[in-house]
Design a protein around this ligand. Sequence first.
Ligand code: ZN
Length: 112
Amino acid sequence: MEEIINYIVFILLILLLFLSLAHKRFKINGVKRYATLLQSAFMGIIYIVTILFKNNKISVYLALLLTVLVIAVTIKLRKKVFPYIFKCEKCGNRLNFKHILFYDDLFCEKCS
Ligand SMILES: [Zn+2]
C-alpha cells in the first residue's frame, strides 16, 4: 500500500516540477507560479514522509500526523495554493486550459 502511495506522490511531484518549468516559458512571475512552488513544497514534504514511513524510520501515527498537518496548512493557505479560476470574471465564459494554469488575470482574451 505504501508503495502505491509513494509512487503516486512521486508522479504528482514530477508533474508539478514540469508545470513549474512550463511557467518559466511564459515568463510570468505571478501568483500561479508561486502556487506551483508551494504545491511542490507540500508534495515534497509528503513524499519525504512516505519515504521515511516506507523505510520504518517513523511510526504510522507520526506519518499520519505530518500528513494531516500538511493538509491543514494547505487548507489554511488555500487562496495561495489553489488560485485557479475557471470562468471569466466579466462575461462568465469558461477559460481555456492555458489561461487557467498560467495567466494571472481574471478575464478571458475577449474581455481583457
Ligand atoms: Zn470574458
